[in-house]
Design a protein around this ligand. Structure first.
Ligand code: BES
Ligand code: MN
Ligand code: ZN
Length: 488
């Protein structure tokens, strides 16, 4: 498990500045006014800071920019990071600045000095961006440097930052799961890691194949039948609320997607180790809610399977029967995620009668064509839930964009021999996938489906994460719970 950086707040202490090792970050407003700490640093560095602040580069820099001085004279620090931020910074500039500090954090300490407006969010971005997946490296430091900030109100700041750090732990959990290779994260080791969440107060059940068969999850089981790894459904319950119906989160957990008999091409197939991204996000969100002791009832369910070709694998043309009872003609075994989700979604509604149902899945390549890597696709039959979700995502800086549903799209799924087909042809591939799922949503359930194929793992750095798993959605879901499902 990748550790989040330790964060602490202390009272102002000018004498500690010269001795601080690692990096020291000083927040300076665009006007260049120096705080007491700034004036101390200017003296220590024999006027270097004043020269920097008066420079053309400083004058031209956008808010959120960080200018670094390496090995500053008069200080033990190996770098002095000048963070240009107005007293009331825009969230975007604040996050950019925090992320720049996080990217440079490494395993050495970081001291942050400056006006404390929105410091919790700056530190949140710093902690999130300081992530590195090192589980498979033998010679890399595993503990990030500790972050200390000098403020006038340390206790208040610590309290205001605590929940953000709990959620960051959830994000790291998701990233570790999504980054893990498929020989390491099997359905069994995945379920084991979820079972461990009991130590933070979640109730966790692992349903094994025999149980899933009894429940009639013929669609989910068909996907996993070609793999030597057993299929599982894991149910995680957080009951921090009263006796109200829970919010249900459902995640696609395909630990590796070869495509099955409809085999994917070799180039890029290795990326399909992230095809459990939906399940990873649900797991991270549940961890976040438990760590910050959310006053809400939320249940997370994940379908864990591996999609492999073998002598026992599901064939194109097979007809499988879902838990709902609908029969599905499997024209393409690579459209497996929806087969997993439809059974878990049905089970979630059947058992928990949830107040809302949100499923997350790396479901279609088509959503990447539509929205690229900057927005997840949101499909919903409930405007209130959908708008809440999109608002929450926006508030935490995660992109989400609503996509349409519609009968005409659903028609593309018609099967000659079964109740439905599992694919709807090339046009609107993400929407027909969502329409397939809609079949398995009960009339009374407010539902949203989030296709995270483009955002769960990316090939370039984002504000909050290095290349690889982003943990997209953990913070948005946490925020949604906080704003819409939590008692005041
Ligand atoms: N796991 C993939 C979708 C995916 C693609 C996720 C790229 C992340 C990156 C999914 O199971 C899949 O294979 N979908 C097919 C559906 C098609 C056969 C209808 C696709 O998108 O090509
Ligand atoms: Mn597939
Ligand atoms: Zn898949």
């Amino acid at each position: 498990m990748t550790q989040t950086a330790a964060v602490s707040f202390t009272a102002h202490d000018l004498d500690a500045i010269a001795e601080a090792t690692g990096r020291t970050a000083l927040i300076v407003p665009p006007e260049g006014t120096l705080s007491r700490a700034g004036r101390r640093i200017n003296r220590l560095t024999r006027g270097a800071l004043a020269r920097l602040v008066e420079s053309e580069a400083f004058g031209k820099a956008e808010p959120g920019t960080v200018i670094s001085l390496n090995w500053p004279t008069g200080m033990a620090a190996e770098a002095l990071d000048i963070v240009i931020l107005p007293r009331r910074p825009e969230m975007e500039a604040l996050r950019e600045a925090g992320a720049t500090l996080g990217k440079a954090l490494g395993d050495k300490p970081l001291l942050i000095l400056g006006p404390s407006q929105r410091l919790p969010e700056l530190i949140e971005a710093c902690v999130l961006r300081a992530y590195a997946y090192t589980d498979q490296k033998t010679d890399t430091p595993k503990t990030p440097g500790a972050i200390t900030a000098q403020v006038s109100n340390p206790e208040e700041m610590q309290a205001r930052t605590a929940d953000l750090l709990s959620v960051a732990e959830g994000v790291f959990f998701t990233r570790d799961l999504v980054n893990a290779p498929a020989n390491v994260l099997t359905t069994t080791t995945f379920a084991d890691q979820l079972k461990d969440l009991e130590s933070i107060g979640l109730k966790v059940e692992v349903l094994e194949e025999a149980e899933l068969e009894k429940l009639g999850m013929g669609a989910l089981l068909a996907v996993g039948q070609g793999s030597d790894s057993p299929s599982k459904v894991v149910v995680m319950q957080w009951t921090g609320g009263g006796d109200e119906a829970p919010l249900a989160l459902v995640g696609k957990g395909v630990v590796f997607d070869t495509g099955g008999i409809s085999l994917k091409p070799a180039g890029g197939m290795e990326d399909m180790t992230m095809d459990m991204g939906g399940a990873g996000t649900v797991a991270g969100a549940m961890k976040a809610l438990a760590l910050r002791k959310a006053r809400a009832n939320v249940v997370g369910l994940v379908g864990l399977v591996e999609n492999m070709p073998s002598g026992n694998a599901m064939r194109p043309g097979d007809v499988v029967t879902s838990m709902k009872g609908d029969t599905i003609e499997v024209t393409n075994t690579d459209a497996e995620g929806r087969l997993v989700l439809c059974d878990v979604m049905w089970y979630a509604q059947d058992r928990f009668k949830p107040a809302g149902l949100i499923d997350l899945a790396t479901l279609t390549g088509a959503i990447i064509i539509g929205l690229g890597h900057h927005n997840a696709g949101v499909f919903s039959t409930d405007d209130a839930l959908c708008n809440g979700l999109i608002k929450s995502a926006e508030a935490v800086g995660e992109g989400a964009w609503r996509m349409p549903l519609g009968k005409a799209y659903a028609k593309q799924l018609k099967s000659r021999i079964a109740d439905t087909n599992n694919i709807g042809g090339r046009p609107a591939g993400s929407i027909t996938a969502a329409e397939f799922l809609r079949r398995f949503v009960k009339e009374e359930t407010p539902w949203a489906h989030i296709d995270i194929a483009g955002v769960a793992s990316v090939k370039a750095d984002t504000t909050f994460a290095p290349t690889g798993a982003t943990g997209w959605g953990v913070r948005a879901l946490d925020r949604l719970v906080r704003d819409r499902f939590e008692a005041e």
